[in-house]
Design a protein around this ligand. Structure first.
Ligand code: SF4
Length: 363
């Protein structure tokens, strides 16, 4: 185990010097003399969770054009916020961020709280986000551990599967001192650019002399790879209901998978349930319409973090009833050129493309 009490100061100094010389220029990073904007720091940290830097970059820039300040985001309708997040995935991040920002506007006069406990109590703010925002935006000595830091620490310790408590304790021992935000960013940057999962560049590493895995030659095996469990599978019938050249879209309730996003009504098929029967059930239970199912439209496969889904789309015609938001929180008949106004997750976008590209749907 690395003895932070003995060498922590040297490691800090080496990391900060390396960071000053090698940090990437990223749109959410304040320049050396600039004061970071807590709203921007927070936004970038939320966007970067589970998502690559290059994917985030254009979203971040477009987002700030649309919602340049915390107040502008707090005032925006949820549909607009979800539309701006469309394609980034993990939509609960956007819902929670929007709720949290509204709470900051209402309860803190629009200023992101600088007290870690207050910030941590906001919706969607976990230990990592709190550490990142508190240290980067406010210079608080708040530790953080993300996937990159975990890998770096596992290698310093030469530990195949370090416990969370050990990792957070190491981060907590290292962060006190000057520039805690830069120290945290230096650790993450090291993991992202030098101490990479495969072929770490130990020759270019500022902390190589304190790295137990390097000394043992076990860098590539640390941390040990976790064996991925096979994902459960859902077979979902999707009802593409057409009526007077419009398609029925529904908005999913908050708190469910893809909550707040729009799409077609759907239901996971029960054992031995036909696609048409499941699709008709989805429409009946979701919006109270009775439909006749027609031709199959196509199949879209999608993998979420915890489940793999096969969407089987089928055309449906309205037979009776008036739409009502029963199992969803809103519904709309959308014309072909209006589909783009609604925030659709990627699988639903593919289903919409199947529906609008076929001659069976004429505008
Ligand atoms: S010496 Fe190599 S394995 Fe150790 S922290 Fe540096 S890059 Fe990672």
């Amino acid at each position: 185990m690395i003895k932070i009490a003995a060498v922590g100061g040297e490691i800090r100094a080496a990391l900060l010097a390396w960071y000053d010389a090698h940090r990437r220029d990223l749109p959410w990073r304040a320049a050396a003399a600039e004061t970071p904007d807590p709203y921007r720091v927070w936004l970038s940290e939320v966007m970067l969770q589970q998502t690559r830097v290059e994917t985030v970059r254009p979203y971040y820039e477009r987002w700030l054009e649309r919602f340049p300040t915390l107040e502008s985001l707090a005032e925006a309708p949820r549909d607009e916020v979800m539309k701006a997040w469309e394609g980034l995935g993990y939509y609960s991040r956007a819902r929670n961020f929007h709720r949290a920002v509204r709470e900051v506007a209402e309860s803190y006069g629009g200023t992101v709280p600088s007290e870690p406990e207050a910030f941590r109590a906001l919706p969607g703010v976990g230990r990592y986000t709190a550490g990142a925002v508190m240290s980067i935006a406010y210079g608080r000595e708040a530790p953080l551990v993300d996937g990159n830091v975990r890998r770096v620490f596992a290698r310093w310790m030469d530990a195949p599967d370090p416990r969370d408590a050990e990792l957070w304790s190491l981060a907590g021992a290292l962060v006190p001192g000057p520039r805690p935000g830069d120290l945290n960013q230096a650790l993450m940057e090291l993991g992202a650019t030098v101490c990479t999962p495969r072929s770490p560049r130990c020759g270019a590493c500022p902390v190589a002399q304190w790295c137990a895995a390097r000394a043992a030659g076990t860098q590539e095996q640390r941390p040990a790879r976790r064996v991925a469990k096979p994902l459960p599978h859902e077979d979902t019938a999707v009802a593409v209901v057409r009526h007077a050249s419009r398609l029925l879209l529904v908005r999913r309730r908050p708190g469910v998978r893809l909550g707040g996003m729009w799409g077609f009504p759907g239901a996971v098929r029960r054992p031995d349930e036909a696609v048409g029967a499941a699709a008709a059930r989805a429409v009946h239970e979701g919006v109270g319409l009775d439909v006749q199912t027609m031709d199959p439209l196509g199949v879209v496969e999608h993998t979420f973090t915890h489940v793999r889904v096969t969407y089987r789309a089928i055309w449906c015609e309205v037979q009776g009833g008036e739409p009502a938001a029963l199992g969803y929180d809103a519904w709309v008949w959308a014309a072909r050129d209006e589909l783009d106004r609604y925030a659709l997750p990627s699988a639903q976008k593919k289903l919409a493309a199947l529906a609008t590209e076929t001659s069976l749907f004429s505008p």
